[in-house]
Design a protein around this ligand. Structure first.
Ligand code: KG4
Ligand code: ZN
Length: 329
């Protein structure tokens, strides 16, 4: 039996988890920072300061909830990128401190790969190779995922990430923060054909959302406030449709090239109901296995790093104590 303590502090969630054998989540504490709400977006300085304040309590809570002592842990893992540098440092330094003090192996993991691992925690068995679509606030990429969770990126966003597009459009539509869930709520059961926003069609497996953002900005500028007021939900639904359509179109294109044994979606935006439904519907028709993570494993949480770290543990791959953090892949 292998017990891994995972720590995640890449953005605005302070999280710690204990995962057994890369599969059984004994605890997964997620403390979402709410102080960013008044600024309408994550403020990096505030984020790292709050991580410092809460990290040790969150780690202790994760150990307590799992009924595991630090001595019983085999390894400690932390996300070391991509993410906010100051925030990542807090989690990684906490992990290093534990590794040194208690003589434990250290395993630094990639945040984006961790998202894909959410499917491993959600389903009994996955089939490989898989085509993985990661959609979060910082990333929108397509990967070929192998059984050992090694990945090869075959497409990525050229500008904004899908979550960023949700967040920015939600802000322009005065829907509140965090933008993705707020926009989804406003769009629920509204008319997604109300306004046809542009869906980028690139000559590759890449994505682009900056055109959509500009189109929404001009549309709002040119439309009477009373009309926006009356149709806010329909506009939100039209934005959601444009984002999801591009994600599905590009994933479909990639699948037709790689014809993988399965497809999976992951990351914060994979909590979106329209995306989940269309992803399933599209790929079930293509007769491949379709994996969508449980809601609790979509957004940032430390079970993802603790689970992914197990794939390194079984190969005896550990991080040196001077491993650093990185902001981008
Ligand atoms: O993976 P995540 O928790 O953090 C990053 O790695 O960025 O993803 C956060 C992103 C945010 O942009 C948020 O607005 C978006 O995921 N998101 C959603 C939904 N829930 C979270 N977007 C659309 N619909 C949702 N239900
Ligand atoms: Zn994330």
């Amino acid at each position: 039996m292998t017990l891994i303590l995972g720590i995640e502090t890449s953005c605005d969630e302070t999280s710690a988890a204990v995962v057994k054998d890369g599969k059984i989540v004994l605890s997964n504490i997620v403390k979402t920072q709410m102080s960013h709400q008044e600024f309408g977006g994550v403020v990096p300085d505030l984020s790292s300061r709050e991580h410092v304040e809460f990290i040790y309590q969150v780690i202790q809570d994760a150990l307590d909830k799992a009924s595991v002592s630090i001595k019983e842990i085999d390894a400690v893992s932390a996300v070391n990128g991509p993410g906010l540098i100051g925030s990542l440092m807090v989690g990684l330094m906490a992990a290093k401190g534990i590794a040194l003090r208690h003589d434990k192996k250290l395993i630094a993991t990639d945040h984006v790969k961790g998202h894909l691992y959410g499917n491993m925690l959600s389903h009994d068995k996955l089939s490989f190779p898989s085509l993985g679509l990661v959609v979060s606030g910082g990333h929108t990429s397509l990967f070929i995922v192998n059984e050992d969770f090694s990945t090869r990126e075959v497409g990525k966003t050229l500008d904004d990430a899908a979550g960023e597009a949700f967040d920015k459009c939600a802000k322009m539509l005065s829907l509140g923060y965090p933008g993705g869930p707020a926009l989804e709520k406003a769009a629920y059961q509204k008319n997604c054909r109300y306004k046809k926003f542009p869906v980028a069609k690139l000559n590759s497996l890449d994505f682009s959302f900056s055109g959509l953002k500009t189109a929404v900005m001009y549309f709002l500028r040119e439309t009477e406030e009373s009309v926006v007021e009356e149709h806010r939900g329909d506009i939100a639904a039209s934005v959601e449709d444009a984002i999801v359509s591009q994600l599905i179109n590009t994933a479909k294109k990639a699948f037709d090239i790689y014809k993988t044994k399965s497809v999976m979606v992951a990351g914060g935006v994979s909590a979106n109901r329209m995306l989940r439904a269309r992803f399933k519907e599209t790929f079930e028709k293509r007769k491949t296995e379709v994996f969508v993570p449980e809601m609790k494993y979509c957004t940032d949480n430390a079970a993802l790093t603790a689970g992914l770290a197990y794939t390194y543990w079984i190969k005896n791959i550990f991080s040196p104590i001077d491993v650093g953090v990185y902001s981008r892949n």
